[in-house]
Design a protein around this ligand. Sequence first.
Ligand code: FO1
Length: 310
Amino acid sequence: MRLVALAGGVGASKLLLGLCRVMAPGDLTVIVNTGDDIELHGLEISPDLDIVTYTLAGAVNPETGWGIRDDTFCLLRALERYGGETWFHLGDADLATHVHRTALLRSGKPLSQAADSIRRAWGVEARILPMTDQPVRTTIVSDRGILHFQEYLVKLRAEPVVKEIAFEGIGEARPAPGVLESLAEADAIVICPSNPLISSGPILAVPGVRQALEARAAKVVAVCPIVGGRSLKGPSDRMLTQLGMEASARGVARLYAGLVATFVIDAEDEGQKPEIERWGMKVEVTSTVMRTLEDKERLARQILEWAAAL
Ligand code: FO1
């Protein structure tokens, strides 16, 4: 089965790891959010692309879900002397990825080629595509001003109240090579359990992607990132609430109405199944919390079965 997955960072990569262990990884294409990308220390950093790559390579730091296992932080500590910005924790080995990507971009290569070069170097078989080659920046309009997404999330620990989310540059963005083609040709499409506002949201906002997904809606399975009203990872719950939406399976389903055939919710939210089904989606109920490798493989197997049934 040729599978395409739409992914953000940590939550998505857990499921992607499960998928790669229960299917031929070469049949998987991952379309990754790049709205979180940031330039720091003169380097181009693509956190979600790196999280997916390191996770599928078996190299991600298991304690954080981002960065490289057993990395050191000598460069960042040395930078403190000069008053450099050290709130974004870039490990030494991780920095090599950013140096390599930045060199490729500065030599005129697009981000999609840089991402491909990095995933090949890590021996990852699944295809990893950025949503776009053009720069898009997720910006948080908050009670503490206009913030880059990483400033909001990491520097200010998601404490500011979110008033609005903007994707700067989205009007000029075009789907990266392979994005529309893979969506059109996929046997099934999975929306990973990522934040619908700032992970799958920017991917769907790239001109042409939402329409491409709508055309394949009969083949789309989405996994809900909210369980019992709380995010599995990150600030999705509080962001939804602050923007006047419901932090629940129902609230996420409403955002995906018209895009999804099967919506996967956790057993804790089973009571919301009839209401979500009224929006024309089939609802599957299972345990969506992925703590162990077995959890990831079990959920991945179930998703493949539900996708095959579409
Ligand atoms: N997340 C943090 O909470 N703190 C960090 O210092 C941090 C550093 C970092 C470095 C490289 C990288 O690829 C990711 C990093 N992340 C960090 C994670 C990342 O910012 C977010 O989890 C994603 O952008 C959301 O998907």
